[in-house]
Structures are given as structure tokens and as C-alpha cells.
Design a protein around this ligand. Structure first.
Ligand code: VG1
Ligand code: CO
Length: 544
């Protein structure tokens, strides 16, 4: 076995987005493409010699090949030990938990999350730091800088490691441990939730749930937790076998891409509870019988009921939400007398708040919720949290949400995604809206008057770092909002996200259909941004 130095040329498109570097599989398969990025990670980290790294991915196409390459490069770069997931698989939350539990230096997670997989799909890679969370921007910028000037990388010439069994191996001077993350993840969940209570509810047969893993990474974890440990009947977890192409589907738990689950929950003999998670297991969708829980509401309900759940009985230090997430959780925080922080989109912005114990629970409107037990969002954690609330309160999901609205008011909320549109058109739309910032202020649109129009900037309260241009906000005097943002995770053209929010305190008006309640704001968004003209689309690809 010998270390070889390979001469390479820089690629100019390796800038990490909202969550790591995501590209089409075919882009990653170009000679040296993955290697350049991995070497740039190693080159930008200090003191990695002899350190422990965690490595795994969501099992999508190219996962196994990438892991073998990264292991050999890690060895050649002097890493001491790598903990790698069995079969190369680690869900994103499990990877975060394993980094923390083993006090690893960091981890490399291979995932394009909710993007489709397979040979024609996407692949992705991101670096997580020692707190278990996604690298902050100063780290991803340093990595990006290295990718622009790289001229060579190091790799060990050796045979592949067998990832199909748990075990310890040597790769050059480096130790490789193939680990099964299901058990440690399950134990972490057991420390937070009342498993006896959940077993009582799920094993008796009078409470039915359906968990759709969308042929992505959570299948083995969900089966171990819900069926084996908590006694839910076999078949509770559907699409539970991870497939390299996610069965051809889009592993994104929303009303469009998890439609078959939605159909089950909205059928006549629907189960009591439904849930789904995404490609890498960090997102969640919660459904009750004939009822959809909006993710922003989910964050608020979890926060309001946290005192009912074992791991959170001692209270919350604070909460945090991404800027486009609705203000529903703010109302709960106010009542609890705790701070609510507003961050840019992307989980990396919660890391400092969690480390400093300023926030216990965090959430995003994009079906992401989690707490300080790890530093990533956690799909199955959210499912267990909801089940725990339902078990303690003995009420349906729908009743729990409706009584929440009654107490706090309802934040009508919707996100309209226009996926894979022309980049020029999307950029022109953003420029067009920006050019109106000054003239919009005070302007009246039907029932709504603009209070402010700006680009969202964030100053991290812990380290003072500033992040600008994180979405255009148009706020109205009654606290309604329209937000325009371009996605940082898409790989084809641009994706425009339009976020819409209004507040309804009157319980008699809370039953309106969301799109109807937001109808006037939807028209105002079109009037201000001229979406149809700029991106040439009549309707959104996905409405949440
Ligand atoms: C999207 C979501 C964002 C989330 C990110 C990663 O980013 O909006 O809230 O943190 O995906 O989630 P963007 O830039 O496309 O809007 V995941 O589950 O793909 O890691
Ligand atoms: Co994800």
C-alpha cells in the first residue's frame, strides 16, 4: 500500500450551498471532482493528523464508491480513525449523534437530502464540525477557497474496505471501524421520550400509524424504533428499504412528493397518525387523520407541549426559527417568557445558539425540527415528539393543532416553489423586487399596507459573524409577510421560493382553506414580483 499524489486541476463550481455541495451524479463522477472537494476539506482543517472522523451517507447512488475514495484519501491525509456507517449508511441526525458521542473531530456526510437520487439524480457532500453540526460559513468558505487553487491530492493505493459487516480494519496506518448507528440512535431517542408510554399506545392495536420512509435512509431506524422496540404492527413502516434511487421517487416529505401517504391519511379508514422523512432522514412531515400539520405549526406545537415530554420537562432556554418560518412559535415563546431567535435558512445557523444554550428547540418551515440533543434537524425525533404529545394528551393530532390555534391564533402559512426555472429570469425577478424597496414602503395593496421591504441580514449573536442577502422580506402593518428567496440546494437552473404568511386570531375564521386565506397576499406577490412574466410559469411546482 502506498500513498500517491495525483495532479489535478481546479473546478470552478464547488461552492457549497445551503447544505453542502450538491450536483448531478454525473458531475461528481467526473475524474477528480469528488477528490478535489475532499482534499480541499482536509487542506482547510487544522490539526487533523491522527484525529477521528465520522463518515456515511444516505445510501443513494454513488454513496459506496464515494466512501471508498474518501477512506483512502483520509488515510493518505493522516487521519487516525474513521467511523463509517454499516453499508456506508448514516442518516444525517445519526451522523451528528455519532460525532458528538465519540467526540470526533468532524464528519463527512454524503447526501443530496431531498433531491432525487439514482444515476440521473443528485449527489452531495458536506462537512460537519466537532459539535456534530454543519460547518459554519467561515469553514465552507475556506473549503471553497481551496477548491479554486487545488493542484494535487493524496490517496492511498489499496483494496476497498468491506462495509457489509460491523468490524475493525486497517487502511494504511488509519483505523476504520464499520459501525451500526441504529442502536446508539435508538438509545438517544429513548433518553428523550417516554418509550413505555409510546409502547402502550402503539402496541395495543387501537392506535394506528403509518411511517413512510420513501425508500430513503430512515427505514432501518424507523423499523427498529416503531416496530421492534415500540411494538407497532409489522408494516407500520412503509417503503422502509433504502434504495439507491429511492424507488425512482423524490425523497421529499411534502404533500406532493409523499402523495401516496397523504392519500392514505385522507382516506376513509385512515390511521390516526402519519409521518414521512426525507432522503437523509433530517426532515419530517406530520399528518393526523384527514389532517396536515404545517411545519411552522409543528414547531410551535412542539414548543408549547415540550413540558409534557421527558427530555424537555426542565424547560426550554429559548427557541430559534429560520426567517421564512412562520411566527407561530414566536407567540409560544412570548407566553413562555423565553427568547425566540430568527436566523437565515439552513441548519448551520442554529449551531452557535445551541452550543451556547440560547436555544433548546429549533425549526424551519421546510419540514425541519430538532433540539439540542444533536446539531442537525432530526426527522424521527419530530415523529416521536408528536407521538409523545398525542400519548400524553390522549387527543387527536387535529384537536391538538386546533386548540393550539384557539389559544395562540393561527398563522396561515404557505410556500410556493417554482422549481428548475431559468436562472436569468429568477435573477431578474429578484432585481426587479429589490428596485422597489424604497417605493414599496407605506404602499397600500387592498387590505394590506407595506411596513418594510428589505433583504434579510443576520448577525450571529454569539460570534458576531454577519450574513447578508438571505431573502427578500416584504412585511405588512398587520404582521403578514411575503418572502422571496432563491434556493441554495437545487442543481438545475434556479428554484424560486415564495413564502406567504398572515395571522388570524379569530377562532371563527381559522377554518378557511390556507390558499383562500392567503389569496390576497398571493395576488400581491404576483403584482410586486411579476412571477409569471419573469419565470414564465403559471403555477408553482409544489405548494406546501
Ligand atoms: C432547503 C430548505 C432549508 C433547508 C435546506 C436543507 O434549502 O429551504 O430550510 O435547511 O433545504 O435541507 P433551500 O436553500 O433550497 O431553500 V435538507 O433536508 O435538503 O438537508
Ligand atoms: Co434532508
Amino acid at each position: 500500500m502506498s500513498i500517491i499524489t495525483v495532479t489535478t486541476q481546479a473546478f470552478n463550481d464547488q461552492k457549497p450551498g445551503t447544505s453542502g455541495l450538491r450536483k448531478a451524479v454525473t458531475v461528481f463522477q467526473q475524474p477528480h471532482y469528488l477528490e478535489n472537494f475532499v482534499q480541499s476539506i482536509f487542506d482547510s482543517l487544522e490539526g487533523i493528523t491522527g484525529q477521528t472522523l465520522v463518515l456515511g451517507g444516505d445510501g443513494r447512488y454513488y454513496n459506496r464508491q464515494a466512501i471508498q475514495i474518501i477512506l483512502k484519501m483520509a488515510s493518505a491525509n493522516g487521519i487516525g480513525r474513521v467511523l463509517v456507517g454499516l453499508n456506508g449508511i448514516l442518516s444525517t441526525p445519526a451522523a451528528s449523534a455519532i460525532i458528538r458521542k465519540n467526540q470526533a473531530y468532524g464528519g463527512i456526510i454524503l447526501s443530496a437530502s431531498h433531491n432525487p437520487g439514482g444515476i440521473d439524480g443528485d449527489f452531495g457532500i458536506k462537512y460537519n464540525i466537532s459539535n456534530g453540526g454543519p460547518a459554519p460559513e467561515k469553514v465552507t468558505e475556506a473549503i471553497f477557497d481551496k477548491t479554486k487553487t487545488i493542484t494535487q491530492y493524496q490517496i492511498l493505493e489499496s483494496a476497498d474496505i468491506n462495509l457489509d459487516h460491523v468490524g475493525s480494519f486497517k487502511l494504511g496506518t488509519m483505523d476504520v471501524e464499520v459501525i451500526d448507528s441504529v442502536q446508539p440512535y435508538l438509545e438517544l431517542m429513548e433518553s428523550l421520550f417516554d418509550f413505555d408510554l409510546l409502547r402502550n399506545m402503539l402496541s395495543k392495536g387501537d392506535f394506528a400509524m403509518c411511517m413512510d420512509s420513501l425508500h430513503a435512509v430512515t427505514g432501518p431506524y424507523a423499523k427498529a424504533i416503531f416496530e421492534d422496540k415500540l411494538g407497532a404492527k409489522t408494516g407500520t413502516v412503509i417503503n422502509g428499504v433504502p434504495l439507491e434511487d429511492f424507488g425512482g421517487g423524490h425523497p421529499d416529505p411534502n404533500l406532493v412528493y409523499a402523495k401516496s401517504l397523504v392519500d392514505v391519511l385522507f382516506s376513509e379508514n385512515a390511521p390516526d397518525f402519519g409521518a414521512a422523512s426525507d432522503g437523509d432522514g433530517d426532515r419530517n412531515m406530520i399528518l393526523g387523520r384527514n389532517f396536515f400539520v404545517n411545519p411552522s405549526d409543528s414547531l410551535a406545537v412542539i414548543t408549547a407541549n415540550a413540558h409534557l415530554v421527558k427530555g424537555y420537562k426542565q424547560g426550554l432556554t429559548g427557541v430559534a426559527r429560520s426567517m421564512p418560518t412562520s411566527g407561530a412559535v414566536d407567540k409560544v415563546a412570548q407566553k413562555l417568557g423565553i427568547n425566540c431567535y430568527e436566523t437565515p435558512t439552513g441548519w448551520k445557523f442554529f449551531g452557535n445558539l445551541l452550543d451556547a444554550d440560547k436555544a433548546t428547540i429549533c425549526g424551519e418551515e421546510s419540514f425541519g425540527t430538532s433540539s439540542n440533543h444533536i446539531r442537525e434537524k432530526d426527522g424521527l425525533w419530530a415523529v416521536l415528539f408528536w407521538l409523545n404529545i398525542v400519548a400524553v394528551r390522549g387527543e387527536s393530532v387535529e384537536n391538538i393543532v386546533r386548540s393550539h390555534w384557539k389559544e395562540y391564533g393561527r398563522n396561515f402559512y404557505s410556500r410556493h416553489d417554482y422549481e428548475e426555472v431559468a436562472t436569468e429570469g429568477a435573477n431578474a425577478l429578484v432585481t426587479h423586487v429589490r428596485s422597489q424597496f424604497e417605493t414599496l414602503k407605506g404602499k397600500q395593496f387592498g387590505n394590506y399596507t407595506v411596513a418594510y421591504a428589505d433583504d434579510f441580514s443576520y448577525t450571529d449573536p454569539i460570534d458576531g459573524s454577519v450574513t447578508t442577502n438571505q431573502g427578500i422580506r416584504i412585511g405588512f402593518t398587520d404582521d403578514s409577510r411575503i418572502i422571496f428567496r432563491l434556493s441554495g440546494t437545487g442543481t438545475k437552473g434556479a428554484t424560486l421560493r415564495v413564502y406567504l404568511e398572515s395571522y388570524e386570531p379569530d377562532v371563527n375564521k381559522q377554518d378557511l382553506d390556507t390558499q383562500e386565506a392567503l389569496g390576497e397576499l398571493i395576488n400581491i406577490a404576483e403584482e410586486i414580483a411579476q412571477i409569471k412574466k419573469f419565470i414564465d410559469r403559471d403555477v408553482p411546482t409544489v405548494i406546501t
